[in-house]
Design a binder for this molecule. Structure first.
Ligand code: C2O
Ligand code: CU
Length: 490
């Protein structure tokens, strides 16, 4: 155990980190997903605070909104096969990191403190090596105090375009970013997390919004055209049931990977696609004639919540029969399901709230510094197979959930024995969702995040890539309070 005095003298930088198990030094030989000859693009990126009018132009601006480059809802677009050299600068008054969600990056660029890097302190910087080996729809966000930072807007969309995919034609594209806010009537932030929320379904926003607007957007698109609607749940908590009031709509990609064959949404169970935090879905919507509208809803809310209205305008297109479009197959490594090794995990409630450091009250500045540098919450409500990231003695990185062999396929059976939904995300891999104990006849598909419902077992398989990769619930308060573990793959 480190003494308080030692910490004070050494500072968090040396005292604490040298006492931590130095996972960083033990990362298995890193694996790069693009050849060294891949074209490189250097970009600078910052995280900073800014003022944004979230309640409307005539309402008070929300101060301390967090955004990459100070630009809310920024969309980054690059060509598949590019390597990004990202010079990141932390201009926030808090520690942060950047995680490239769904992108198969080398482990040291995965942005998970303290597993793959140390936190980036205010004013600090970090260089990320971000190869883009697969086309698709992704995003990036901090992996430190996610509840607080993503809650205040810190994320950006990342679209990786691909020449093959461009051969599949669309007449328009539109984005639906589901992200609610927690605001007081004065437009200023209220607490992002409550104990009650963290221990149940998560703390919901009290102001709903699409693309940052509390008025659902209306987007003009060509009548009789095929619109590619890319939806992401960037919210920390909300789970939506995505659907439309129109029959000619198909799911064509999930988490950026082609859905093959595409699935007509009305033919899916309940005519919806359920999406939790971090999940993305690309839909093809065939527009009706001029003047008509297609409404995209979240049907999970008591009253269906209108996310966006597509308005058909005459652009000279003629009516043709609707045909769902197959996008080119994912270029990510595919699991060898027939030879998969089984792994079983339980998603559980933890024994009870435990503070990170039993000797320090959570509001003690030192306890705060410890949780900041470990990027964990001060409480524990959840566990994966009895282990919680933040339980037990204070300065502990939990042991890995399992040690895996690189190149081997694993089949995870994940059983949720809690009363709440958990969208589970595995870093560094694209996996194949194989089956669910509840949704019989569900199509198989590729994803990086999968919902596990209460009393459900979901099986998914992936080919392991070397690195230390976290596996966690993407309801951010759940991950911050214990629903996170990691795999060591070597
Ligand atoms: Cu999008 Cu570990 O997260
Ligand atoms: Cu969860």
């Amino acid at each position: 155990m480190i003494s308080r005095r030692g910490l004070m003298l050494g500072g968090i930088g040396t005292g604490l980190l040298s006492a931590l198990p130095t996972a960083i030094g033990q990362v298995p030989a890193s694996f790069d997903t693009l050849p060294p000859t891949a074209p490189m693009k250097r970009i600078s990126l910052s995280a900073r605070e800014t003022d944004v009018h979230l309640l409307g132009p005539d309402k008070p601006a929300t101060r301390r909104f967090c955004a990459y480059d100070g630009a809310p809802f920024k969309i980054f677009r690059f060509e598949r096969g590019t390597r990004l050299a990202v010079d990141f600068r932390n201009e926030l008054p808090h520690p942060t990191t950047v995680h490239w969600h769904g992108i198969r990056v080398p482990n040291l660029s995965d942005g998970v403190a303290p597993l793959t890097q140390e936190v980036i302190r205010p004013g600090g910087s970090f260089s990320y090596n971000v190869p883009l080996p697969d086309g698709g729809f992704y995003f990036f966000h901090p992996h430190c105090d996610e509840t607080g930072q993503v809650g205040r807007g810190l994320f950006a969309l990342l679209v990786v375009d691909d020449a093959e995919e461009r051969k599949v034609r669309f007449d328009a594209e539109c984005f639906i970013v589901v992200k609610d806010w927690r605001l007081g009537p004065d437009g200023q932030w209220i607490d992002m997390s409550t104990d009650e929320g963290a221990a149940t379904a998560g703390t919901f926003g009290n102001v709903r919004a699409t693309n940052g607007s509390i008025i659902p957007p209306r987007v003009e698109v060509p009548a009789f055209g095929d619109v590619r609607v890319r939806t992401i749940v960037a919210d920390a908590t909300r789970v939506i049931d995505l659907g439309t009031d129109h029959e000619e709509a198909a799911l064509i990609a999930i988490d950026g990977q082609a859905m093959l064959p595409p699935a007509v949404i009305d033919h899916l169970p309940d005519g919806i696609w359920r999406m939790g935090p971090a999940m993305r879905a690309d839909m093809q919507v065939r527009m009706p004639g001029p003047g008509q509208e297609v409404k995209v809803f979240d049907y999970r809310s008591g009253e269906p919540y209108l996310l966006t209205t597509l308005v058909a305008v005459d652009k000279g297109l003629k009516k043709t029969p609707f045909k769902p479009k197959a996008l080119p197959a994912s270029t990510a490594p595919q699991p060898d399901v027939a030879r998969a090794k089984p792994l079983n995990f339980l998603l559980q409630v933890s024994a009870g709230p435990t503070i990170v450091s039993p000797e320090l009250p959570p509001d003690d500045p030192l306890a705060k510094a410890l949780t900041d540098s470990l990027c964990v919450g001060a409480k524990t409500h959840w566990a994966i197979s009895r282990d919680s990231w933040s339980t037990g003695e204070a300065l502990r990185l939990p042991p890995p959930l399992a040690r895996l062999d690189a190149g081997t396929t694993y089949r995870i059976s994940c059983t949720n024995v809690t009363k709440h939904v958990h969208p589970m995300h595995l870093h560094g891999h694209v996996f194949r969702v194989l089956s669910s104990s509840k949704k019989k006849g569900m199509p198989q598909y590729l994803a990086d995040t999968v919902i596990v419902e209460p009393n459900e077992t979901v099986d998914f398989a992936f080919k392991a890539t070397s690195g230390n990769w976290v596996f966690h619930c993407h309801i951010l308060e759940h991950m911050d309070t214990g629903l996170m573990g990691w795999f060591r793959v070597a």
